[in-house]
Design a binder for this molecule. Structure first.
Ligand code: ADP
Length: 446
């Protein structure tokens, strides 16, 4: 096993990785920007290195500074966390060229799934069902309009380099196409420096269902069941649950097998997630994330597996050592993403946290790096805590979530806790009766 690793991230996920390391006797090196010198991930790490000014482009995305920090501190491996460099194939390659182990998939698999068109084509080759759409990028408007007519309206225009819910436009008719195409292209160019777009059928009432996988790079791949992430605002997940209230055992086993068969063919290594839209009993691939995901804890709670521990183990070259039969799913888990944002307007609310009390008790987990007196910096993602609860049934989980949200105190900044409190009293949500558009309709945004 590794003796010391560098965690190339910040916030709750850096802490999450640190915790797994400590339990395995691995020492940790934190990296941080000048804005994060008092951050909890820095305080708890065995060593820390300042890698640059507040802007992520000069610190958490600064490959040279991160590799220098790894060299100076003499680590064995680097964990990229979530976001930042976690899906940057070039970074993964450079980490290995510098003699460190990259705790994640191979650079080839990261690139294969990084670009949406390549990912879609790979998925089809591997026998994973996709949303009907264009074979590749669509360069000219006439071609795009012809194609959309074949697919049938509405269609969704997507940036091939897109991510984080950005670079997507829905067109309902041929008249709307030219305008939406140029809007999507210019958004994509501005956000990702690449204006290539493609077209897919726009599904009207799907759920977002994703399957968590774990592979050892030697052909052994297991899945940890699915997560339902249909509660979204502007394509961003707000609350996730596992298992999905919409799947039965047959559908779960079917999609689980499709995914594990496909990924064992390519000998996938590390944790990954394949995202699907699910409508009328059919699954349609939308993308694969070749990294840990924000909502990974709900799968951990249901399967009683520490995904970061497993990532570390397989990164040393160890085989998984167990098969699908060993994965037992037990009970129900829900995660609420708590952001430092106004619960109605979603305007970010950085600033000093004056009071902090985290809920606890049986089946309650809080993944967070904040503390009383901590100042939430304005430079990064507004996620400040994840409240994860587990219960033996969905109902027990919901009751536990309600009481945990009541106990949660974060003073000094606005948070989305009141939104979650309101949400978990809604009959549709309680009945598990929601699709990807439900939340926005409920909030009056559609
Ligand atoms: P990103 O990489 O930006 O997260 P995804 O391709 O994963 O983009 O899509 C994000 C969300 O956009 C999905 O969860 C879903 O809500 C919506 N979406 C994507 N593709 C479609 C589609 N073909 N039809 C309807 N909604 C879609």
């Amino acid at each position: 096993m590794f003796e010391k690793i560098l965690i190339a991230n910040r916030g709750e996920i850096a802490l999450r990785i640190h915790r797994a390391c400590k339990e395995m006797g691995i020492r940790t090196v934190a990296v941080h920007s000048t804005a994060d010198q008092d951050a909890m991930h820095v305080r708890l790490a065995d060593e820390s290195v300042c890698i640059g000014p507040p802007a992520s482009s000069e610190s958490y995305l600064n490959i040279t500074a991160i590799l220098s920090a790894a060299t100076i501190t003499g680590v064995d491996a680097i964990h990229p966390g979530i976001g930042f460099l976690s899906e940057n194939a070039k970074f993964a390659e450079m980490v290995e060229e510098h003699g460190f182990v990259f705790i994640g998939p191979t650079p080839e698999h990261i690139s294969m799934m990084g670009d949406k068109i390549t990912a879609r084509n790979e998925a089809m080759k591997l026998g994973i069902p996709c949303v009907p759409g264009s074979d590749g990028a669509v360069d000219n408007d006439v071609e795009a309009i012809d194609l959309a007519a074949d697919i049938g309206y509405p269609v969704i225009i997507k940036a091939t380099a897109g991510g984080g819910g950005k670079g997507m436009q829905v067109a309902h008719s041929a008249e709307e196409m030219a305008g939406k195409l140029s809007l999507c292209r210019s958004e994509a160019k501005a956000a990702f420096g690449n204006d290539a777009v493609y077209i897919e059928k726009y599904l009207g009432q799907p759920r977002h269902i994703e399957v968590q996988v774990l592979g050892d790079g030697q052909g052994n791949v297991v899945h940890l069941g699915e997560r339902d992430c249909s509660l979204q605002r502007r394509h961003q997940k707000v609350l996730e649950e596992a298992p999905s209230p919409a799947l039965n055992a047959e559908a779960r086993a079917r999609i689980g097998k499709t995914v594990t068969d496909a990924l064992s063919k390519i000998k996938y290594r590390s944790a990954g997630t394949i995202e699907f839209l699910y409508e009328n009993g059919e699954f349609y691939f939308i993308e694969m994330n070749t990294r840990l995901q924000v909502e990974h804890p709900i799968s951990e709670m249901v399967c009683d597996i520490d995904l970061v521990r497993e990532q570390l183990r397989v990164a040393t070259g160890a085989p998984l050592g167990y098969g699908q039969d060993a994965i037992r799913m037990n009970g129900h888990s829900i995660e609420c993403r708590i952001n430092a944002e106004h619960p109605k307007t979603f305007i970010p609310s950085p600033g000093r946290i004056t009071d902090y009390h985290a809920p606890g008790g049986l089946g309650v987990r809080v993944d967070s790096a904040i503390y009383s007196g901590y100042a939430v910096p304005p430079y990064y993602d507004s996620l400040i805590a994840k409240l994860i609860v587990h219960g033996s049934t969905r109902n027990e989980c919901l009751m536990r979530l309600r009481r945990a949200l009541e106990e949660f105190v974060v003073g000094g900044v606005n948070t989305t806790i009141p939104l979650h409190q309101k949400l978990i009293s809604e009959p549709d949500f309680l009945n598990g009766d929601y699709d990807i558009h439900w939340l926005e309709k409920w909030m009056g945004e559609e």
